[in-house]
Ligand binder design. Structure first.
Ligand code: GCV
Length: 702
């Protein structure tokens, strides 16, 4: 509801601290601290009702209930739109006696209310004096759920799907669980404004009337929080759902079917965001099944959505088993189509050219498109970074991608600038993050995995924020404001991604995991496809290690603009943290440190082990600042992480040792387990269910 003629609504700070009890429907927490309160912990914020308050009322309530300062807060809808604030931005004026937050829309005021509470809870209020203006960098800040209709979550490590399709009451929306409103408020508090409810490996049934009515119910619960619903579609839906003979995007009946389906959706959900599409990738159907192009397919859907303002997020994650270098395929397949996509299509590109590895260079496709809108897809769920067992704060990895300079239009054409529409004008800008949320009580499996959900939202709103800032503000709201706690655990978080790279696959190594779970080392692993086998990527042999993507190898370096092409091509200038991504090097290659590649590799793994081990000590040193339940949950996982780090090293280095024939250098701990045993060991997560803590080959921490 939009309140017309509303100029100023004033609230006296209530200073209420709403303590949660455990039986009430509007309660977020249970006895002990189970982590359900997320970053609303310091506020002990009550869970919202499923349905009821308008956007403006939610903003008002945020202030009325949780604002603790004596200064009054005014929430003011601008009478006349202030152009630079757009539809979602806000301004907060701290210069007067009262604090005045203004915006062009109710959702802008909602975001302002969360900003005020964040400033309050992170002790930043006193530092504010002038005007704070905040406008999101990306227009569509979207979560991608890989949730299946049967309740499982692909690459989900926090239980089952939040969406209980069997239980969602489409007739009486208010009767639904208020977990959906909790989810929406958490997203709104960090600025996320869109959610794709179902897996990109899409079941066509999501587009049947029964499901759409339930999607409508969720959309109604989410709407007051500014959260729009999107769906992943199955390109073969016309065949599956309407028994058409084809799903050819140029077939008239198919076009008519999609037009009618889109109109049906908008009748139910007038603010439906649009579709996410995985086509002709990993067995999914797509326009190429009918001899058509990605552009033919995307544009057909886009045309149906266009009258309603919907968009298509068409994924560039394509590769086929025969390619000698999978990293090159997105550019090869999509560049010939540059300029052919409708202007409500965005090509959704994973941060790196392969698949969410702990470290990849940025995908060169970002720097190649001249006439096509691109958006970044990052993975919040830790498919390749220790699932929900490892504490890995992912923000440094995503920021590394956004800050990467593509040099497309000279210096400064970063991935961030391009996708924000600052390099070439974009009609739409967007960013996507693959969700790590499930129905675990603490939402994300690992308490610290919540920080990745939080960080994704904060980054999508403001990519300039540093990892330190996001980690520290999350810690203060979620755990404790004690300086010693925030300083030491904040540093741990910021270091954790690099630690993971070091103990899993340093120096540009990639995809040395055991499949299909992508958890644990398996450089020897075999599969039904060569490009799903680690050897395809590491190419360990007597002559050395690494994938030659130079001009003498696969030539992938040529997909980067100068100076990157030459920089990556020349082993002397290639950054060493990517050296085995771009080069195949002899085991005794001299690294910048003067050590051989072999010694450097072993010592880098060891350094990752040491980091992971130190995380346990850091956590133990802050025990007094953390409630017992979360302290022990995290401690158990940190110990597991440190043992996993040794497991990774033992397995990977002993496997490579068969080719290098070289000994562990000084400074490396001896192996704890023999390769033969590790090669037989399987963790056995086959259906992406929460792996939680499982037994490993016995590892000891010193
Ligand atoms: C949703 C990787 C993952 C798959 C995922 C795919 C994708 O291959 O392992 O689980 O499928 O990426 O992003 O489409």
């Amino acid at each position: 509801m939009r309140i017309k003629n509303l100029t100023s609504i004033t609230f006296v700070a209530a200073g209420l601290l709403a303590l949660a009890s455990c039986s009430n429907n509007n309660t977020r927490t249970t006895i002990g601290d189970d982590g359900h309160l997320l970053w609303f912990n310091s506020l002990q914020m009550e869970a919202p009702a499923t349905l009821g308050p308008t956007t403006l009322q939610i903003a008002q309530e945020n202030i009325a209930k949780y604002w603790k300062s004596d200064r009054k807060v005014e929430l003011k809808l601008n009478n006349e739109a202030v152009a630079e604030l757009g539809t979602e931005g806000f301004e907060i004026d701290f210069s007067g006696a009262n604090i005045c937050a203004s915006a062009n829309s109710e959702v802008g005021l909602l975001y302002a209310s969360y900003e005020l509470l964040r400033l309050q809870e992170t002790d930043e209020l006193a530092a504010q004096n002038g005007k704070l203006t905040s406008v999101p960098a990306f227009e569509r800040r979207v979560l991608n759920h890989w949730d299946n209709l049967d309740g499982t979550v692909e690459r989900g490590f926090a239980g089952h799907s939040l969406w209980k399709w069997d239980e969602i009451n489409a007739d009486d929306v208010a009767a639904n669980s208020n977990i959906y409103a909790e989810y929406a408020s958490a997203n709104a508090s960090v600025g996320i404004n869109g959610t794709v409810l179902n897996n990109v490996n899409a079941n066509a049934d999501i587009l049947t009337e029964d499901y759409l009515l339930k999607v409508k119910a969720l959309a109604e619960i989410f709407r007051p929080y500014g959260l729009k619903v999107y769906l992943s579609l199955n390109f073969a839906a016309p065949k599956h759902l309407a028994n058409l003979e084809t799903s050819d995007p140029l077939d008239n009946e198919v076009v008519a079917w999609w037009n009618a389906k889109v109109a049906e959706i908008y009748k139910l959900i007038p603010d439906f965001g649009g579709f996410l599409v995985k086509a002709n990738s990993e067995g999914q159907s797509g326009p190429q099944d009918y001899g058509r192009t990605h552009a033919d397919g995307a544009n057909m859907i886009a045309k149906a959505l266009e009258p309603f303002g919907g968009i298509v997020m068409w994924r560039a994650f394509v590769y086929d088993a025969q390619s000698p270098d999978r990293a090159k395929q997105a550019v090869e397949e999509f560049m010939p189509l540059d300029g052919q996509f409708a202007d409500n299509v965005l090509i959704q590109i994973k941060n790196g050219p392969v698949d969410f590895q702990p470290r990849e260079p940025f995908s060169p496709l970002f720097g190649q498109f001249e006439k096509t809108q691109a958006m970044v897809e990052v993975q919040i769920t830790q498919e390749y970074l220790g699932h929900s067992n490892h504490l890995v704060f992912m923000h440094p990895m995503w920021k590394e991608c956004l800050d990467s300079d593509t040099y497309e239009r000279g210096e400064g054409s970063t991935v961030g600038a391009i996708t924000e529409g600052k390099v070439m004008p974009y009609k739409y800008t967007a960013i996507a993050g693959v969700s790590n949320v499930g129905n675990d009580r603490n939402w994300c499996g690992h308490h610290f995995a919540q920080a990745n959900w939080y960080a994704y939202g904060r980054m999508a709103w403001n990519p300039e924020l540093s990892s330190e800032q996001i980690a520290n503000e999350w810690l203060m709201q979620t755990f404790s404001k004690e300086k010693k706690f925030v300083d030491s655990v904040g540093k741990l978080m910021v270091a954790s991604r690099e630690a993971c790279v070091k103990y899993e696959m340093p120096l540009g190594l990639h995809h040395t995991f055991k499949g299909p779970d992508h958890y644990g080392p398996g450089p020897w692993d075999r599969s039904i496809r060569p490009d799903w086998e680690p050897a395809y990527y590491h190419k360990a042999a007597a002559d050395g290690l690494g994938f030659d993507r130079t001009m003498k190898g696969s030539g992938a370096v040529a997909q980067y603009h100068e100076p990157l092409k030459s920089l990556y091509n020349d082993v002397a200038t290639c950054p060493e943290n990517l050296i085995l991504w771009f080069h195949h090097l002899p085991w005794d290659y001299k690294m910048k440190s003067g050590r051989t590649l072999w010694d450097e590799l072993c010592l880098t793994f060891q350094s990752g082990i040491n980091d992971a081990r130190s995380f346990v000590d850091i956590w133990n040193s802050v025990e007094q600042y953390v409630d017992h339940q979360r302290f022990s949950d995290v401690k158990v996982r940190l110990e597991r992480q440190a043992k996993d780090a040794i497991w990774w090293r033992d397995a990977t280095i002993q496997y490579f040792q068969q080719f290098s024939g070289m000994a562990l250098p000084d400074g490396c701990q001896p192996f704890q387990q023999k390769l033969e045993k590790l090669m037989k060991y399987r963790i056995g997560i086959t259906n992406y269910e929460n792996p939680k803590i499982e037994t490993l080959p016995e590892y000891k921490l010193d």
